[in-house]
Design a protein around this ligand. Structure first.
Ligand code: BG6
Ligand code: MG
Length: 218
């Protein structure tokens, strides 16, 4: 009997499938201003892939300030409201170039398609982009206890797609996401720049000219 390879692609959302990472940055930048902290793009790289609460913890450390529970809650709410406003008109035209062809090609080759995003807004965005049905497994910020760089979400995605972790390929734009997937020896494809995603197995600018045969043997 032919032992067919069982493989899964696990996609991050923000900054991989759609350019919402820029909106996260702009929303945090506005919130940081309120507490007198200037969030740079370089520092923002560390916030990518990290969940909302932990992002604010990191910002408080960088800004060397302490806030009350009430202030924290109010800043988290403010950040999300600003972000939600940015994404309110997001639609199918906002899927990054090449992503749909890439995923459809993978599906044709029997590769399982999963999503693991730290965002609690992930499903809403997938619906707005009209691509939610492409994913057989969706893990978002509501489904994990331990956030990236912890590998928990990647492990759940592998388990739910019934794929060995070593046969999973992860597409990530964040340092924390690459770190998490590397802990499970998944093959990591960085989307962005090699200067930032130093520990990814390979790095591509995006999906525009990327073919699945560039990543795995089909
Ligand atoms: C990740 C983003 O996908 O989701 C982070 O890279 C963001 O920047 C995190 O903080 C949480 O998102 P949300 O929508 O739940 O605040
Ligand atoms: Mg991301």
């Amino acid at each position: 009997m032919i032992n067919k390879l069982n493989r899964a692609f696990i996609f991050d959302l923000d900054g991989v499938i759609t350019e919402t990472s820029e909106y996260h940055f702009m929303a945090w930048k506005t919130v940081c201003k309120k507490i007198g902290y200037d969030l740079t793009r370089k520092k923002n790289e560390e916030l990518k892939g990290v969940n909302r609460n932990k992002c604010l913890d990191m910002i408080m450390k960088w800004a060397k300030i302490r806030l009350t529970e009430k202030e924290i809650e109010s800043l988290l709410e403010a950040k999300n409201n600003i972000y939600i406003d940015y994404i309110k008109d997001l639609n199918e035209n906002d899927v990054c170039e090449g992503v749909l062809n890439f995923i459809n090609d993978a599906i044709k080759n029997n590769i399982k398609i999963a999503l693991y995003s730290a965002s609690r807004n992930a499903k809403r965005i997938l619906c707005q982009l009209k691509i939610i049905d492409l994913f057989t497994v969706i893990i978002d910020g509501n489904n994990v206890t331990n956030v990236k760089p912890d590998p928990e979400g990647f492990k759940i995605a592998a388990d739910l797609t019934k794929t060995n972790t070593k046969d999973c390929v992860v597409f990530e734009d964040s340092i924390s996401g690459i770190e998490g997937a590397n802990k499970l020896n998944m093959y990591t494809v960085g989307i962005g720049s090699r200067d930032v995603l130093k520990n990814a197995d390979v790095v591509y600018k995006g999906f525009k000219n990327l073919k699945i045969k560039d990543i795995i043997n089909v």
